[in-house]
Design a protein around this ligand. Structure first.
Ligand SMILES: NC(=O)c1ccc[n+]([C@@H]2O[C@H](COP(=O)([O-])OP(=O)(O)OC[C@H]3O[C@@H](n4cnc5c(N)ncnc54)[C@H](OP(=O)(O)O)[C@@H]3O)[C@@H](O)[C@H]2O)c1
Length: 344
């Protein structure tokens, strides 16, 4: 029988990032594992997710934010994020058994002691980590709860190659959208976005006015905007909105990934008169806070759509815990596609 380890390797914040995040802002540290209390289990992590919000939560002024499922970090704190692990020791009260595979929130480490009540048992056979740790369900919840798609809608997705965005365009199409437009800051992602993700047009954040590019990509206007970015993309989307357009705001990457330093404030100028004139609805939406039940429904839809071969699950997978800080740095720099996972 496997001897339970006494220590865990954990990635910790070394210092608050100044400006651009560097992988050296983090250290890998050995940390003693506590003995198990009632309801607890010892997990060996197999995969965990990298989220760009970690840059915001690592910033000097970070505070708890509703909807971001990990705390503000101080130097010396271990990072956390969604993970999949295998139970290697369990207390009788936990209701779990050795060999179970669970999802939980203690990523960024090889071994974790977790409360079984915070763990969800997953199927062991043919487990696809991208399906469970990816943001397909966030995109699905936003498109079915945060707003809805009418047949033939023109849909704009900002950060359309990112963790949420790479799923949003595909799901919008499956739900009946007619024309789907994505944005990116990386010219190298354009062909992939068109061919793999099925965007009809891609707008590149390259210094040219976004409004002019959007008017060209959607000459008849947009019906739905799923916004992860804010700033000039939101300004332009309001100008290009059609009568009755629905905007669902999921995040503000202009603030989180600001080159000068991460921030939780994303001031954006919009022509507010357009809202009553066109009957535009603007809604902020958080999938984890607003409708946790969407996950189960999404997994059923995903099964059916994958069976038909009509959706893909884009991901960039790094191997090894020591590569995790590099994965976060590259995710924030826009070098990666889809959801970013680390495999241990
Ligand atoms: N509401 C919810 O339920 C929910 C849940 C999870 C996350 N979120 C939020 O949703 C947003 C998107 O999350 P995500 O995990 O899917 O992130 P993401 O889109 O994967 O973010 C990384 C990408 O952002 C783009 N980017 C880099 N710098 C940028 C800048 N200065 N301005 C605009 N884009 C930049 C890059 O893509 P390109 O090179 O392609 O531009 C990069 O690859 C975040 O604000 C996150 O906090 C919301």
């Amino acid at each position: 029988m496997e001897q339970p380890p006494r220590v865990s390797q954990q990635v910790k914040l070394a210092a608050h990032p100044e400006g651009k995040l560097r992988s050296t802002d983090f250290i890998l540290a050995e940390t003693p594992l506590p003995s198990l209390a009632p309801h607890q289990v010892l997990l060996r992590n197999r995969w965990f997710r990298i989220s760009v919000s970690t840059r915001l939560m690592a910033s000097r002024d970070a505070k708890e934010i509703k909807g971001i499922p990990f705390p503000a970090l101080r130097p010396g704190d271990a990072l956390a994020d969604g993970a999949i692990g295998e139970v290697i020791a369990a207390t009788p009260e936990s209701g779990l058994k050795v060999g179970d595979t669970v999802s939980h929130s203690l990523g960024w480490r090889d071994y974790a002691v977790a409360d079984a009540r915070q763990c969800t048992v997953l199927p062991r056979e043919r487990l696809d980590p991208v399906a469970y740790l990816g943001h397909g369900w966030t995109a699905y919840a936003a498109l079915t709860r945060g707003t809805h798609i009418n047949r033939g809608d023109t849909v704009l997705v900002s950060s359309g190659a990112g963790a949420i965005g790479s799923m949003t365009g595909q799901i919008a199409r499956r739900l009946g959208a007619g024309r789907v437009i994505g944005s990116t800051g990386s010219p190298g992602k354009v062909e992939w976005m068109k061919h793999e993700l099925g965007y009809d047009a891609v707008i590149v954040r390259d210094g040219r006015p976004f409004a002019a590019q959007l008017a060209e990509a959607a000459p008849h206007g947009i019906d739905v905007f799923v916004d992860m970015v804010g700033g000039e993309q939101l300004t332009a989307a309001v100008s290009q909105a059609r009568e009755g357009a629905r905007f669902v705001i999921l995040g503000a990457l202009i603030a989180e990934l600001n080159a000068q330093g991460s921030s939780a404030i994303a001031p954006t100028e919009i022509d507010s008169f357009q809202l009553p004139i066109k009957g535009i609805t603007l809604r902020g939406y958080s999938a984890c806070e607003d409708d946790p039940g969407a996950f189960a429904e999404w997994m059923q839809r995903l099964d059916a759509w994958r069976h038909e071969g009509t959706v893909c699950l884009p991901a960039t997978i790094f191997k090894g815990l020591d590569n995790a800080p590099k994965a976060l740095q590259e995710a924030c720099e826009g070098k990666l596609k889809g959801v970013v996972l680390v495999e241990l």
